[in-house]
Design a protein around this ligand. Structure first.
Ligand code: MRU
Length: 364
């Protein structure tokens, strides 16, 4: 069992069907149920976070991760705050403090702060109203994932000639990173459903191996052909002509089309530009942050040195070594051929003026 949780749901109590990384659990103490992504693929274990401490711990340790999944967690988490306040009889003012703690548990994925803010607007109407909003948000995210996947597949097919396609991806952008289906991996699934996918080349994604452990797990359970490669093999794979398109996700898309995503994404984009193949970012509109002018204004989470200096829980670097461990990087708009959202597609590499105009057209 993972540490820091009040209860664990037996896997046989989890509804059958597609992977649900984040869901509500009614009891015995109500809370947010996660498929624990720290122990996949070795174990499929569900944990329930029924306190703010447990939620913040789950977000920080990447029990739950990926921008849309963090959004769902944030919205459901506000209901946890209200229920815990009621159970424990919190003093006035503490609800706001705890909501802020949840909102800032990870800084880069805009979905977390966005969803917490939207749910917090409903706090005065009680936990049931917040929960009902969170369920709407989850349903909308799944619809968005499916819609953007179809748009993304169409865009890619119009700009590539080889059939079936060989897709490279970085990190995990599948059902585990969202509420269902997935964004970048959703586009790959869509291509596979259309019979037009040869294979997915999965970057391992150092240091926490979201590619090796999570993306490969999703692809393997669906029988989608894939190979895992070290992140450092990206440039060589593109240069050897083994990739037709790269599809990644985003933690935040700035108003000028700069994209923050898992560390290593910038290297993928540079390799694609050099190799003349499209670099595609697939993300729901909830990941687009028009209030952030450009990538320079995005706060990139810095994580613990030990993630880089060790491997599988064991230190491998010498005692005197330090580390630099940014969890994300920012790919400049000029390298981003498409940002695919459910509302439509922006082509930042076509130039800042066109990108700004298109974002303005698509904005609700
Ligand atoms: O640190 P993580 O695993 O939360 O990073 C996740 C990513 O970088 C994903 O690519 C991004 O959130 C998009 S998920 C659809």
């Amino acid at each position: 069992m993972s540490e820091g949780f009040a209860s664990v749901t037996a896997p046989d109590a989890v509804p059958a069907g597609p992977v649900r990384a984040v869901a509500w659990s009614d009891g015995p103490v109500p809370g947010v149920r996660f498929l624990d992504q720290t122990v996949l693929p070795e174990r499929e274990e569900y944990v329930v976070a029924d306190t703010v401490d447990a939620l913040v711990d789950a977000i920080g340790r990447l029990v739950v991760r990926g921008a849309p999944a963090l959004g769902a967690t944030g919205a459901l988490g506000v209901a946890v705050v209200l229920l815990q306040a009621e159970r424990e009889g919190w003093a006035a003012g503490r609800v706001g403090t705890e909501i802020e703690r949840l909102r800032t548990a990870r800084p880069t994925a805009v979905n977390l702060a966005w969803a917490v803010d939207a749910a917090a607007e409903r706090v005065g109407r009680g936990a049931a109203a917040v929960l009902s909003f969170a369920h709407e948000l989850i349903a909308a995210d799944e619809r968005a994932n499916r819609a953007l996947s179809a748009l993304g597949a169409d865009w890619i097919l119009a700009r590539t000639t080889r059939r079936p396609l060989r897709v490279l991806t970085h990190c995990n952008t599948g059902a585990l990173a969202a509420t269902a289906w997935g964004t970048g991996l959703g586009v790959a699934r869509e291509l596979n459903d259309r019979g037009l996918l040869a294979e997915v080349r999965v970057n391992e994604t150092r240091p926490l191996l979201q590619g090796t452990r999570l993306t490969a797990w999703e692809l393997a359970r669906e029988g989608i052909p894939h190979v895992v490669q070290v992140d450092g093999a990206t440039a060589s794979a593109v240069a050897r002509g083994l990739v037709d398109v790269a599809i990644v996700g985003a933690d935040r898309v700035a108003a000028n089309g700069d994209v923050a995503n898992k560390i290593g994404t910038l290297g993928v984009a540079l390799a694609c530009r050099d190799g003349g193949i499209p670099f595609v970012v697939a993300a729901p509109w909830s990941t687009v942050d028009l209030a952030t002018s450009d990538g320079g204004a995005i706060r990139v989470e810095q994580r613990a040195d030990g993630e880089v200096l060790g491997f599988a829980g064991r230190r491998v670097a010498p005692a005197g070594s330090g580390a630099d461990n940014p969890a994300f990087d920012v790919t400049p708009a000029r390298l981003v051929d498409a940002v695919v959202t459910e509302r439509g597609i922006v082509e930042p590499a076509a130039g800042p003026a066109q990108a700004a105009e298109r974002f303005a057209e698509l904005a609700p």
